[in-house]
Write a protein that binds this ligand. Sequence first.
Ligand code: DMJ
Length: 464
Amino acid sequence: MRSIKPIILFVVVAICGSNIHAQTVDKKQMAERVKAEFLHSWIGYKQYCWGHDDLKPISKTCRDWYGTPILMTPVDSLDSLYLLGFKKEADATREYIVKNLSFDKDISVQNFEVTIRILGGLLSAYQMTDDKRLLALADDLGTRLLPVFNSPTGLPYKNVNLKTGKTSGEISNPAETGTLIIEFGTLSKLTGKPIYYEKAKRALVETYNRRSPIGLVGTNINVETGKWTNTDSHLSAEIDSYYEYLLKCSILFDDLDCRNMWEDSITKVHTYLADEGETMSKKNVAKNAVFVGDLWYGHADMNTGKRTATTTGALDAFFPAVLVLDGDLNRARVYQDSLFTMWKVQGIEPEVYNYRTGKIEHGGYPLRPEIVESTYFLYQATKDPKYLAMGKQMFEDLVKHCRTDVAYAGLKNVETKEKTDYMHRFWLAETLKYFYLLFADEKKVDIKKVVFNTEAHPIKKTWK
Ligand code: DMJ
């Protein structure tokens, strides 16, 4: 039996937050405030860590992922600089990248991370500037990453040495095997080299082909044997963007296989992972189903469909945005409300939250963007001012709890609000970009003409 306490907590938080509708938000002023905080963070990075991968904002020291920099923050932030209107700064950063970024390095990198951040960032900035040098860098990086696909199954290894092509990491996960097609596919379209699309598409299909008899994927898979090593199924870390890319692949490339894989998968997600609370007697899988209670997505075993955990968290919050793209607005709205309730429990969302016990199971918050991304997509689709108010509240909370004298820091624990000494570059690449787009003139980005990769790099559906 479920305890009554979390239900009361949920209702109290939901009621306290319900007058969010009544607030009016000055969009222009908010867009300016976001720009100011972006600049604060960017200047802090530049002052202490220019030329390095990441800023540690408390000690004011730097982190390079692989011992030698590959300009993570500059490349990941470049399209944000253009979008937020810092053209002079963006042009100077672009010149710096072109002159200083080299992938001819004897380092073993994580394919997924480098693909979504560096390849995605270079391609999106290339489409914004038409600077062929960025495409050449992307092409060079793509070639160096290709050996990852040389496994017996076609599922990519996790890591590859950029100089030698040596691969490592045979235990991977659907997020890493299936979140490559936007970047590799775009590289194919822009360079005319089909190999990138073919390899990433095969990796996606091979992941899908290994779904269980009830249509779910697990958390970990061996890329050499194709066997699952962890059968926990959910929408969280290590699986999340696999689903995102099934749908986005079909939108960006009009790829029918991707469309069919998505349609099949999403039904199974609604059937086995959705948790509709006590008010629903029967699972509702239809698109735009009407919900009378709260809606969450939990964990289930991929083979039996049996519920294994009633946890969600900051990473899962990408899902309302995907539902919006799928035209499933009712479901997106209801799930976003649940996630925002999770945010309000401590005034910042935790990494792992048990939606049935109300317990925070992992209290970290590393400046994640997903809930802001979903707020932006919901506002674009509905124009409901409630989402502006939601975004404003989240922004205020972040300024209050995560701002430092030189930039922004994640939280070790959302309950104590103790800071970490780290500013993930997705703060600049994603979180602040989505905040800005939420409040800025809607013409800045036409979401019907672009697809955002999972690191918020917008890719235009035009290939020249
Ligand atoms: C980002 O690196 C990407 O969005 C990725 O898909 C998972 N989440 C982080 C930010 O939270």
